[in-house]
Design a protein around this ligand. Structure first.
Ligand SMILES: NC(=O)c1ccc[n+]([C@@H]2O[C@H](COP(=O)([O-])OP(=O)(O)OC[C@H]3O[C@@H](n4cnc5c(N)ncnc54)[C@H](OP(=O)(O)O)[C@@H]3O)[C@@H](O)[C@H]2O)c1
Length: 208
């Protein structure tokens, strides 16, 4: 598949590394191509301005800081009919400190779907740290990664990509289930950063 990665920081870079050698055409959508030369060389990815990278991609991955996302996503143009992966957690300042700025009545995933009404948005890859996205092979069990989105075909396509990253992909339902997946991502962040568990772990689904 042709996979465009918009935002090439911790997450975008990790996904590019994790998908290297899996038979995909990777395109890094970078506003400053000079910054991503090393990542492009390491992963064999092409580099293009974000809107150009997103055009004709089978999957467009949004890995942007939440505060910059709306303007950057709108600059991508019309992505109608394209599969868009939203791995962003809507984190910002709240009355209780840094945390999710949206939750019970909407979610980051639904807001992204609202910015891109014709696109097939799938919320996923927000539930573990970037390092795990780059390398699941060292874990003793495939980690689980939930997906929420309205289009079954888009989730099938994204599920294949998640399998290439070493995840067990599980369907959480329509895009409103991003309201479950974003707080779930915060569980990982809380354990990793506030409770001393570190970053080298992920959730697994274990069945009898
Ligand atoms: N870090 C994690 O472990 C993790 C895990 C799961 C989910 N997430 C979520 O993933 C998202 C990205 O996190 P991150 O840690 O990868 O952030 P990051 O390292 O700060 O990278 C953000 C990327 O977005 C780019 N960017 C910023 N504004 C842009 C714009 N207007 N147009 C185009 N590109 C722009 C930056 O480009 P420049 O280099 O040019 O500034 C950079 O490449 C966040 O929403 C976060 O909540 C993070």
């Amino acid at each position: 598949m042709r996979i465009a990665i918009i935002g090439t920081g911790n997450v975008g870079g990790a996904i590019a590394r994790g998908l290297t050698g899996k038979g995909h055409d990777l395109v890094l959508g970078a506003r400053d191509p000079g910054k991503v030369g090393a990542l492009a060389a390491e992963t064999g990815a092409q580099v293009a301005p974000p809107a150009e990278a997103a055009k004709r991609a089978d999957i467009v991955i949004l890995a942007l800081p939440w505060g910059a996302a709306e303007a950057a996503v709108r600059d991508l143009g019309d992505l109608a009919g394209q599969t868009v992966v939203d791995c962003m957690n809507p984190i910002g300042r709240t009355a209780a400190g840094m945390g999710l700025t949206h939750g019970h009545t909407t979610s980051g995933g639904e807001i992204v779907q609202g910015w891109l009404p014709g696109a097939l948005v799938v919320k996923t890859l927000n539930q573990v740290g970037a390092e795990i996205m780059a390398d699941t092979v060292h874990l003793p069990h495939p980690p689980v990664m939930f997906m929420a989105g309205n289009d079954a075909g888009a989730k099938r396509k994204v599920g294949l990509m998640l399998a290439d990253l070493g995840f067990e992909a599980l369907d959480a339902g329509d895009i409103t289930k991003a309201r479950l997946l974003e707080p779930f991502g915060m569980v990982w962040i809380n354990q990793a950063l506030m409770r001393g568990k570190g970053r080298n772990w992920a959730f697994a689904a274990v069945s009898a």
